[in-house]
Design a binder for this molecule. Structure first.
Ligand code: GLN
Length: 471
């Protein structure tokens, strides 16, 4: 796909358009997208126009200077409402910027709004938002995926040059696949989580959703790297991810997990394999690998993530954030009233699940066991990466499904079967659009060892060029 950053950079640098004009145009697009898809929880019109006017008076010091972007609404923004798409945080205006927001502000990019998502990032369809369902811009009767569904919908609909999402178990890759855009889930720790509302702290990652692979690399260059505010953050690369783009794949070995293929229907399998054939023609070797723990990854994730989430959610007691709904007789009544009123069904379900697996008598049987299986999943990938440089496979079992089509939470959890293993292992992954079915995009997933983002950019940019995807 064409790089929006390159195109707009040229227009701005050649003074064909001012940052203020560009921002005005994007605000109008965001309003139109909002009517169609409900991708925003807040359009920061006033704030963006002010920032744009000021950016017009400054020298462009970065490729992102003056480019309109948005943030998933679980990323804290100073002076701009941040709701996590929850009633619990209605009216909450952070007093500080998340590290990612701070870094993007420093790059001169213009924040035009906050993107709708599943409440506290718990979900995979964007149906769990207190601010309404987000619709897929390619077909508004379909989900955009989730939890970063608003981010993917906004980028796919051209309302945002890029958006920053979070991926705990697939929440960047899956909506990117459903909306036909590029989603990069980074190595755990590569992008600081400071100021990003925690879902499951040992899984959460922050990363870009863009309309091209090049744009993803540029944005990642600006947000990656250690911060003293996040003790789990890592140094990141010395160079630029952009340098990995356009390199040859000749001599690379690409693994395809046999367990993933076994779970796919014929048409999805054909789509994935024919995309990889294109890389073969460029000198890559395709090799079937095995990730034997794939069958245990879902249950492992859905024990560990609710366990961590139940602990993280305990801070939302109605005292520190959000509206207090009652004149309570005692503390217990206050918690009960506020949490009953403030949190949606899926969040409550995960708090219950998490509290259960951590409780006395069940801890050893569920939580501890799942931690051990997580180690086996990590070993699965370590073994596979002894033989291959990159692993390729599907992002989702099918294209975007109908809004309201999956009523049973288990059916939604099962959708995450291909994204969750990498999340358990903390490795990077990327979703790029390679084909479509019935007007809906299909994504291909690439995985690399920890800090192997460069390899993802190399392979993804080659595929992007060879396929020339458009809808
Ligand atoms: N769909 C997954 C879940 O519901 C992923 C969520 C995420 O990555 N934030 O847990």
């Amino acid at each position: 796909m064409i790089s929006k950053i390159k195109v707009l950079r040229e227009l701005l640098d050649n003074k064909k358009v001012s940052i203020l004009e560009l921002t005005q145009e994007y605000i109008e697009k965001a309003k139109a997208t909002q009517k169609k898809t409900n991708a925003f929880t807040y359009i920061a019109e006033h704030e963006a126009l002010e920032a744009a006017a000021s950016a017009d008076t400054q020298e462009a010091s970065s490729p992102l200077h003056g480019l309109p972007y948005s943030l998933k609404d679980i990323i804290s923004t100073k002076g701009i409402p941040t709701t996590a798409s929850s009633k619990m945080l209605e009216g909450y205006v952070p007093t500080f910027d998340a590290t990612v927001a701070e870094r993007l502000k420093a790059s001169g990019a213009i924040l035009i709004g906050k993107n709708n998502c599943d409440e506290f990032a718990m979900g995979g369809s964007n149906e769990n938002s207190a601010y309404g369902v987000v619709k897929n811009p390619h077909n508004t009767s379909k989900v955009p995926g989730g939890s970063s569904g608003g981010s993917a919908a906004a980028v796919a609909d051209g309302a945002s040059v890029f958006s920053i999402g979070t991926d705990t178990g697939g929440s960047i890759r899956q909506p990117a696949a459903f909306c036909g855009v590029v989603g990069t889930k980074v190595t755990y720790g590569l992008v600081p989580r400071h100021g990003v509302m925690a879902m499951a702290s040992s899984f959460d990652t922050v990363g870009p959703i863009t309309s091209s692979v090049y744009d993803s690399a540029v944005v990642l260059d600006h947000i990656a790297g250690q911060s003293s505010h996040d003790m789990t953050s890592i140094k990141g690369p010395l160079g630029s991810y952009v340098d990995a783009i356009g390199k040859s794949v000749d001599g690379m070995t690409i693994g395809v997990p046999k367990e993933y293929l076994e779970l796919l229907d014929e048409s999805m399998k054909t789509t994935i394999m024919s995309s990889l054939d294109l890389l073969k023609a460029k000198g890559a070797t395709i090799k079937v690998v095995s990730l034997p723990q794939t069958k245990h990854a879902l249950s492992t994730y859905y024990i560990l993530v609710p366990a961590e989430a139940s602990s993280n959610m305990s801070r939302y007691d109605g005292l520190r954030y959000g509206p207090t709904v009652t004149e309570p007789k005692n503390l217990e009544e206050l918690y009960l009233a506020n949490r009953t009123n403030g949190l949606g069904d899926e969040v409550k379900r995960r708090i219950l699940l998490g509290s259960f697996v951590l409780s006395h008598g069940y801890y050893d049987a569920y939580y501890l066991q799942a931690q051990k299986v997580r180690t086996l999943i990590i070993q699965d990938f370590a073994n596979a990466f002894k033989d291959v440089d990159v692993i390729a496979g599907p992002v989702t079992p099918s294209v975007a499904f109908d809004i309201g089509g999956k009523k049973d939470p288990m059916d939604l959890y099962k959708e995450d079967v291909f994204t969750i293993p990498a999340s358990c292992a903390g490795i990077p992954g990327m979703s790029i659009p390679v084909s479509s079915k019935g007007g809906l995009p299909i994504g291909l997933q690439l995985l690399a060892p920890q800090q192997g983002e460069g390899r993802l950019f190399t392979v993804a940019s080659m595929l992007e060029e060879l396929i020339g995807f458009s809808l």
